[in-house]
Design a protein around this ligand. Structure first.
Ligand code: ADP
Length: 197
């Protein structure tokens, strides 16, 4: 099964895709995590992505499409995977379709996590404060300026994907404003209906 989680920064895509990954035994493919690992490792991709990520902008389509193309060719993706943070632009969505078509595969379900903007800002500020209190390192893009840029990038580039996948009859919307366990239950309901369909 190929699943995708769609939603603004701070909607809980990472948390929920990890839970689905554990439940279904499918790998979680987070382009954000992969890019942060590349930045940390100082690889050529990481060097290109570092500043744009810290500023809250989008890394080039070419880079992220390349990363995903390589990753979905790995053996652990043969039985399916969960996309978290990809695609983020229509060009990425088209490239994904082409990639999957060339392998005779297709997206099974796109889950939209719907969350109010005020809640997103609160969550991200809270995540930064908790990280500081725990003595951890705050993400370079969890600051008010970068957050504004991330939200703008989301509404300009990513939000159109909701209509796009709706039109493809792949979209299922869940309320992302409820506690983690409840969001997870709503997603389970969607996946159950889906598996019994
Ligand atoms: P969040 O969903 O909290 O904004 P992510 O961890 O998914 O964060 O991504 C962090 C950053 O990585 C993004 O702001 C962007 O700079 C970059 N990034 C991740 N995925 C993509 C993508 N598919 N296309 C372009 N840039 C991406």
């Amino acid at each position: 099964m190929i699943l995708m989680l769609l939603g603004p920064p701070g909607a809980g895509k990472g948390t929920q895709s990890q839970l689905i990954s554990e439940r279904l035994g499918l790998p979680q493919l987070s382009t954000g995590d992969m890019l942060r690992a590349a930045v940390k490792a100082g690889s050529p991709v990481g060097l290109k992505a570092k500043k744009v990520m810290a500023d809250g902008g989008l890394v080039s389509d070419e880079i992220v499409i390349g990363i995903i193309a390589d990753r979905i060719s790995e053996p652990d993706c043969a039985k399916g995977f969960i996309l978290d943070g990809f695609p983020r632009t229509l060009a990425q969505a088209d490239a994904l379709d082409d990639l999957l078509k060339s392998k005779g595969r297709h997206i099974d379900c796109v889950i939209e996590l719907k969350v109010d903007d005020t809640k997103l800002v609160e969550r991200i500020e809270c995540r930064a404060r908790e990280t500081i209190a725990a003595g951890g390192t705050v993400r370079a893009d969890d600051n008010p300026e970068a957050l504004k840029t991330r939200l703008i990038a989301y509404y300009r580039e990513t939000a159109p994907l909701i209509g796009f996948y709706y039109a493809h009859r792949l979209l299922k919307t869940v309320n992302g404003m409820t506690p983690i366990s409840d969001v997870s239950r709503q997603i389970d309901d969607v996946l159950n209906q889906f598996q019994h369909a």
